[in-house]
Write a protein that binds this ligand. Structure first.
Ligand code: UD1
Ligand code: CA
Length: 462
């Protein structure tokens, strides 16, 4: 049998009013990635060669988000129901002959294996005309119900509003995800009417039409947590929690230690090596790769950073986009790094800002060192050589280069390049007054005793 091409029709024309948002519901992120892209990843993994998004309001937002991925957009001007919405994808799929999977944009956790299972079921020898994905949720709410026999042959699909008491007692619910050959889908959708409790065109009615034609329709079951639908901010937070719980479990299964897993927040694309230790309260943004044996201490925010083998980060560190920590380098408390490379074994252990900088291997950046990289208009580079030593509280005023093995004395404001092996000290001349502090204290104590405590100290003289 020739491989059947797969197309996905993703319905997302609903208003999403319960989100109370100016952003289209399907663009709200989970683990830093818009929820619709979680679904698109699964559809790609399942081999859906064509993807059509059906949108109504805020179409331009969705278009901007999916256009780079070659996803087609179909417009449903009026929300007349799920069957009507699916039919809007017909023009975009002109000439496509294969299997269509209809799914919902706000159900982001659908797994590729489940999509494949549904497709395989449709292609099985008993030749069902429609295959529907069902689930048994803890709370059956107002989901549409599936009345089926023990082998999954469907006798009836009924929406909650149209269901009898006996039908409402059925636990098997319709997820909405439906597989149909495109050759069957369009004619079935065109036959769907709206004579029901809501006056809408129901997608599940294509099952009833197939049954009326004497054909078979079947249900494939899957876990309820794969089908969580997001309609409100609270449900968005639930979805985030489910995603994070899975990712934490995966990280631990792959050999990372999470001391307090519930307090570690991953992004959709975080990459973690083996024997990595992540202490409590760490948040990852997109674009982070941690190699093996990395330790992330407590309270760090890490975004867009590559951290090599054996590095130690934190506590209380921010690694921002463009950070590259090479093997065994260390960044400690209250350090912010942005768009900067730390060479192997380099250290910035406390209270430092490294922005637009290259730090050589084994260089030591003292507490309070700041790369002054921005003049309000442009950003400038700081280049620090291998084994350089930057004394505490130094300001490196970019663009500036510090040579290999150079020493910058503590408290220096360096605005000109420092040569290899040079010592640079930029400090004001020191004023030395032996015994002056003792005399000051004596004089002031005397005044206070005499009730003259507010007198100016100017009279005392130097
Ligand atoms: C639908 C199913 C129900 C199922 C439930 C699962 C129908 C008639 N009912 O009900 O059996 O148990 O999903 O969550 O299909 N949409 C459009 N255009 C429209 C209407 C809806 O694009 O005109 C989109 C929505 O944006 C949403 C999806 O279709 O992504 C589902 O619509 P919704 O109104 O939430 O359907 P339910 O009433 O929940
Ligand atoms: Ca819904």
């Amino acid at each position: 049998m020739a491989e059947q091409p797969l197309a996905a029709i993703i319905l997302a024309a609903g208003q999403g009013t319960r989100m109370k948002s100016d952003l289209h519901k399907v663009l709200h992120p989970i683990a830093g990635l818009p929820m619709l892209h979680h679904l698109l990843e699964s559809l790609n993994a399942a081999g859906a060669a064509r993807q059509v998004f059906v949108v109504g309001a805020r179409r331009e937002q969705v278009e901007a988000s999916v256009a780079p991925r070659g996803v087609d957009i179909a417009h449903q001007a009026e929300q007349l129901g799920t069957a009507h919405a699916a039919l809007q994808a017909k023009a975009a799929l002109t000439g496509f002959d294969g299997i269509a999977i209809v799914c919902f944009g706000d159900t982001p956790f659908l797994k590729p294996e489940t999509i494949s299972r549904l497709k395989e079921r449709l292609l099985a020898k008993d030749a069902p005309r429609v295959a529907v994905l069902g689930f048994v949720p803890e709370d059956t709410k107002a989901y549409g119900r599936i009345i089926a026999d023990a082998s999954g042959n469907i006798a009836k699909m009924v929406e909650f509003k149209d269901a009898s008491e006996a039908e409402r007692a059925v636990k098997l619910c319709n997820s909405g995800v439906t597989a149909v050959r495109t050759a069957d889908l369009w004619p079935l959708l065109e036959r769907v009417g709206n004579d029901n409790a809501t006056g809408e065109y129901y997608l599940p009615d294509i099952v009833m039409l197939a049954l009326a034609d004497g054909d078979r329709a079947v249900v494939v079951e899957t876990d309820a947590d794969e089908l969580i639908g997001i309609n409100s901010r609270a449900e968005l937070a639930e979805a985030e929690a489910i995603w994070q719980a899975r990712r934490r479990a995966q990280a631990m299964a792959e050999g990372a230690t999470l001391i307090a897993p519930d307090t570690v927040w991953f992004a959709y694309d975080t990459v973690i090596g083996r024997d990595v230790v992540i202490q409590p309260n760490v948040v990852f943004g997109p674009g982070v790769t941690l190699a093996d044996n990395v330790v992330i201490r407590a309270f760090c925010e890490i975004v867009g950073a590559t951290v090599a083998d054996g590095c130690i980060v934190g506590p209380f560190t921010r690694l921002l986009p463009g950070t590259e920590m090479q093997q065994g380098s260390r960044v400690g408390n209250f350090v912010e790094v942005k768009n900067a490379v730390l060479g192997a074994g380099a250290k910035a252990n406390h209270l430092t800002y490294l922005g637009d900088a290259t730090v050589g291997a084994n260089a030591n950046i003292g507490a309070g060192t700041i790369t002054c990289n921005y003049d309000g208009y442009f950003k400038y580079q700081t280049v620090i050589g291998d084994n350089a030593f930057i004394g505490s509280n130094s300001a490196l005023i970019a663009p500036v280069k510090i040579g290999r093995d150079a020493i910058v004395a503590a408290g220096s404001a360096v605005s000109r390049d420092v040569a290899d092996g040079e010592l640079r000290m930029v400090r004001a001349e020191q004023l030395v007054k032996p015994g002056r502090a003792d005399r000051f204290h004596d004089a002031m104590r005397k005044k206070k005793r005499e009730g003259n405590w507010h007198a100016s100290i100017v009279a005392e003289g130097a």
